[in-house]
Design a protein around this ligand. Structure first.
Ligand code: FDA
Length: 395
């Protein structure tokens, strides 16, 4: 890179949103430079969806996102829909499939999505530069001057696409929040989210004992519920159900778990007793739930008798243990394993049409750095594509 370079647009962050925005701005004839301090672009894309990238969801609606300003995401989500990204994926010949609940994954590797984005950038004439940190940003009359690891860069538009704080080893930093604050923007508190829970109470060893086991649950917290698989781990509870509910959980909140969603243990036992079942409860329940789980759960709830000997109060205790099990996490695994950051740059100071700052002309914020957080299931990438696409029409 020349020691002093002029370009129309600098995008900081070669992740999902930044690469999408760079290609769009490039197609408009803008000269675009994408800068990233990491040694590779799109590291989170490569890691995502267990290496297969859950790149969008067939049904994406504003209700799938959390934000202090819930209306903000509506415009971009309406202007760039899952079908738009699916068409792009198909144009590039990337094979994909629906896994569950509308979640679309690559058949092969997440690198198919990254390669698609890098190809789009190349076709649009946008340059992507890695290993290039930014030391400072100053506003000038015409735009911005950046001091970077490779010299000075001047630009008319500066797009901040540095993502959230999760997984620092993949290049995550708080740079976007610092720049926002430098330019007078308000940032909302940030939390690790879509993240497993940890426990320090008497349940931790029980969960550890069941580590590796997955069961279908309905989990409820603060009035929100999800019906998805739960995974027991050495440290606590994980799996889609736990990651989903973590978006709605705060320290001190209890989770309520139903291990037999859609069924009634009271009705089942009544039926079994009327049919004269004399089997041990654990054997009978093993037809509905994994044997290892049933054994542990009955040991810890103290209800472990032959079915015909169960009393009304036994059945009540069992229903509490299986339908209304309450547990309070001591915390989460934090940014080390979280998929996203909840909170971020306050969207009330950013245009939902252009993604330009309402305070500083030429400054744009897109993707996860903003206070918009999606559910698990391709929603966070769809937000990155939609916000990147829209900002790319204006930056
Ligand atoms: P993103 O994090 O993609 O990009 C930010 C870029 O900015 C990075 O390249 C980073 O190196 C760079 N950067 C940061 N600080 C910088 C600095 N100071 N200077 C220069 N560059 C800097 N979502 C989904 O929808 N489906 C899925 O399957 C998954 N799976 C998944 C797995 C894992 C393990 C994680 C951690 C996350 C997911 N996600 C996901 C979430 C998804 O990856 C995330 O929401 C998007 O990547 C956000 O896109 P952004 O472009 O905003 O940030």
């Amino acid at each position: 890179m020349a020691k002093s370079l002029k370009t129309d647009v600098v995008v900081v962050g070669a992740g999902a949103a930044g690469l999408m925005c760079a290609a769009q701005a490039g197609y408009r004839g803008r000269s675009v430079l994408v800068l990233d301090h990491a040694n590779k672009p799109g590291k989170k894309i490569l890691m995502s969806g267990g290496g297969r990238c859950n790149f969008t969801n067939l049904v994406v609606e504003p209700r799938h996102y959390l934000s202090a300003n819930p209306h903000f995401c509506k415009s971009a989500l309406a202007r760039y829909k899952p079908q738009d990204f699916i068409e792009l994926v198909e144009r590039h010949g990337v094979p994909y499939h629906e896994k569950t609940k509308g979640q679309l994954f690559c058949d092969n590797k997440a690198s198919d999505i990254l390669n698609l984005l890098l190809t789009e950038c190349e076709w649009a004439g946008a340059t992507v530069k890695v290993n290039c940190g930014i030391d400072s940003v100053k506003k000038t009359g015409e735009g911005f001057v950046l001091q970077t690891a490779e010299g000075e860069v001047q630009c008319a538009s500066l797009v901040v696409a540095t993502g959230g704080l999760s997984i620092p080893t993949l290049g995550a930093t708080g740079w976007g929040f610092q720049i926002a604050e430098q330019f007078g923007h308000h940032c909302l508190p940030r939390w690790a989210s879509l993240v497993p829970f940890t426990f320090s109470d008497r349940w931790q060893p029980v969960f550890a004992e069941l580590s590796g086991l997955s069961v279908d649950v309905q989990v409820t917290c603060n009035g929100t519920r999800f019906h998805d698989p739960l995974l027991f781990t050495h440290r606590g509870l994980s799996g889609p159900a736990m990651l989903q509910i973590s978006n709605y959980w705060q320290l001190g909140d209890a989770l309520t778990l139903d291990f037999l969603p859609g069924q009634s243990v009271e009705a089942l036992i009544k039926d079994w007793q009327q049919a004269g079942v004399k089997a041990e409860l654990k054997n009978q329940l093993a037809s509905l739930l994994p044997k290892r789980f049933v054994q542990q759960w009955l040991d810890h709830t103290g209800v472990n008798k032959p079915v015909h000997q169960l009393t009304v109060s036994d059945v009540e205790s069992l229903a509490d243990a299986l339908h209304r099990f309450q547990v309070t996490p001591s915390g989460t695994e934090g940014y080390r394993t979280a998929e996203v950051t909840l909170g971020g740059i306050d969207t009330r100071e950013v245009s939902s049409k252009t993604f330009e700052s309402n305070k500083v002309q030429g400054l744009y914020f897109i993707g996860e750095v903003l206070d918009v957080t999606g559910w698990l299931g391709g929603y966070n990438f769809q937000w990155a594509w939609a916000s990147g696409f829209c900002a790319g029409q204006f930056a």
